[in-house]
Ligand binder design. Structure first.
Ligand code: 3EB
Length: 331
């Protein structure tokens, strides 16, 4: 085991450094996600998401690696990497437009849950969804709402307990065809953390769709000898309502208050060391890339311990929202 890989399980890597990082962690890489960049063909789960990275024209790679050695299997058409504690997989669904996203999403989740159950990692911990043209109308319902409906159906069909066994999640739009998802599942469950400033997403009123989004605001894990907090995509929402439509600066402030609330709630419950600011890695989705510098100044002022910020340009799942921020925190 190379020494570097014990320090963090998530790294953001520039294209020029990828080969070296993969070599350094050989046998320990769970998966590689390229944003605006194509991962090299590897045995491990890989995905390329055609999404602009604001300050890196060559794109960036998100590399998940772990201290325990990884093995890879193919199941349900998915390439799955596993070690003692966790499973990692990527799912891509092509651009066949005859089926609605409700069915495509339910099918993707059915394959995911079937693989998890067969391999013995029944707890979905973290999932990312990149939906093409997230706002488009599909037979009278917005695609994101159809997606939420199909996801809820899949959780019920697979016998998952809502809300006890729901993952942290992100869901944003991309501009090219194909649904892309990647996920981390565990042998053991995480501890869900909700935000006292917000209604839980799975309890949203019906105006956001016939079924609410099935995710926890954050999930706390004991892992690699420390506490980790996986924070879902977080936006300028208080209660269930979007705040500050059209005002990116005020949305950034509100989103930061929500991130702080999740960190403080976790610390108060003993789920993230309370004596120091956590080390934090952030992914920021901006509807308009030109707001990056202003948002970055606010983040650096409000949060100590920032190790990485990756800036992606994406549509956020409510049309009035201008940014969404996800985070991985380590005590
Ligand atoms: C929200 O809080 C903003 O549907 O999986 C953030 C993270 C959002 C995940 C999802 C949606 C999702 O409702 C949107």
């Amino acid at each position: 085991m190379p020494a570097a890989a014990t320090q963090a399980w998530l790294r953001y890597v520039r294209p020029a450094a990828l080969t070296q990082v993969l070599d350094d962690h050989s046998g320990h890489v769970l998966g590689v996600i390229g944003f605006g960049a194509q991962p090299p063909p590897k045995r491990v789960p890989c995905l390329s998401i055609d999404m602009p990275v604001a300050d890196m024209p060559d794109g960036v790679f998100e590399v998940w690696a772990a201290p325990a050695a990884v093995r890879v299997e193919l199941l349900e058409g998915l390439r799955v990497a596993m070690n003692d504690g966790m499973l990692f997989t990527c799912i891509e669904i092509g651009g066949d437009d005859t089926e609605t996203f409700e069915h495509r999403t339910a099918d993707a989740y059915r394959r995911l849950f079937a693989s998890m159950d067969a391999l013995g990692y029944p707890h979905l911990l973290r999932i990312w969804h990149y939906l093409p043209h997230i706002h488009c109308d599909e037979q009278g319902m917005e695609r994101y709402k159809r997606f939420s409906l199909g996801r809820h159906e899949a959780f019920v069909a697979a016998g998952r307990d809502i809300p006890a066994d729901v993952p942290a999640a992100s869901a944003v739009g991309k501009r090219t065809p194909g649904l892309a998802m990647y996920a981390i599942a565990g042998r053991l469950p995480g501890t869900p953390v909700e935000n006292p400033r917000q209604i839980s997403a799975y309890s949203y009123p019906a105006q956001y769709g016939p079924r609410g989004p099935t995710f926890a605001r954050a999930l706390s894990l004991g892992l690699h000898g420390g506490r980790h907090l996986l924070i879902s995509g977080t936006a300028s929402i208080v209660g269930h309502e979007s705040r500050h439509p059209g005002d990116i600066a005020a949305q950034a402030d509100e989103t930061i208050r929500n991130l702080r609330a999740l960190i403080e709630e976790s610390q108060a419950r003993g789920l993230l060391g309370a004596d120091a600011e956590p080390r934090t890695q952030l992914k920021v989705y901006l509807r308009h890339a030109d707001s990056r510098q202003m948002v970055e100044a606010k983040l650096r002022e409000a949060l100590g311990g920032i190790d990485d910020i990756v800036w992606l340009q994406a549509d956020i799942c409510r049309e009035e929202l201008l940014l969404e921020i996800e985070a991985v925190c380590a005590a």
